[in-house]
Design a protein around this ligand. Structure first.
Ligand code: 5GP
Length: 192
């Protein structure tokens, strides 16, 4: 069982809102937190490392882990692509004396928040507009046109849940969004 009296931080956003950049910034700036590595059945991108960015596993193994109740949450984030957070990953980080930082999708974030309640800080990174989100996803160059459209449709849906989170950070200017997120996380951890 994961220990629900322990703290954790969740950062969520529609794909392309700048969540990964904010996550990296927070991990560099705040030594008390550590990245929670999720499991996924999607293929690794060329710059990704197994065990660092994700635990890349097959669908069969993913389903076995679901049956064995090894996930704190899991979602089919995109058609046929599963993502989930292992309970053992959170335990590993707490054991190292750190607070896990989860970069997960909106539905997953809501599920974890329900379980951890006040011990959990949830940040929602909001893109300035859907047009800007489209531009960012296109310039990233890692997704097909079809994938971009799927992600945009999902973004519109996800934006409707933003008020369920502790803090909404609008990523108009990345530097400002990073600083704002840093202040909220430090306050939650009693670091200032
Ligand atoms: P990507 O394929 O671009 O790495 O991630 C797609 C989406 O899946 C992102 O919104 C990311 O935050 C989310 N994601 C990553 N890991 C998890 C997880 O463990 N659980 C859930 N629910 N979503 C995740």
């Amino acid at each position: 069982m994961a220990d629900h009296s322990q703290k954790l931080i969740i950062i969520t956003a529609p794909s392309g809102a700048g969540k990964t950049s904010v996550t990296k910034y927070l991990l560099e700036k705040i030594s008390q937190i550590a990245f929670s590595v999720s499991a996924t059945t999607r293929k690794a991108r060329s710059n990704e490392i197994n065990g660092v960015d994700y635990y890349f596993i097959g669908e069969e193994e993913f389903h076995k882990k679901i049956r064995e109740n090894d996930f704190i949450e899991w979602e089919m984030v995109y058609e046929g692509k599963y993502y989930g957070t292992f309970k053992s990953e959170l335990k590993r980080i707490w054991k190292a004396g750190k607070i896990p930082l989860l970069d997960i999708d909106v539905k997953g974030a809501i599920h974890v928040h329900e379980q951890f309640d006040n011990n959990c800080l949830t940040l929602f990174i909001e893109p300035p507009s859907i047009e800007e989100l489209k531009r960012r996803l296109e310039s990233r160059g890692t997704e097909s046109l079809e994938n971009i459209q799927t992600r945009l449709n999902k973004a519109v849906f996800e934006l409707s849940f933003k008020h369920q989170f502790n803090k909404i950070v609008i990523n108009d200017d990345l530097q400002v969004a990073c600083k704002e997120s840093e202040a909220v996380v430090k306050e939650f951890l009693g670091l200032k």
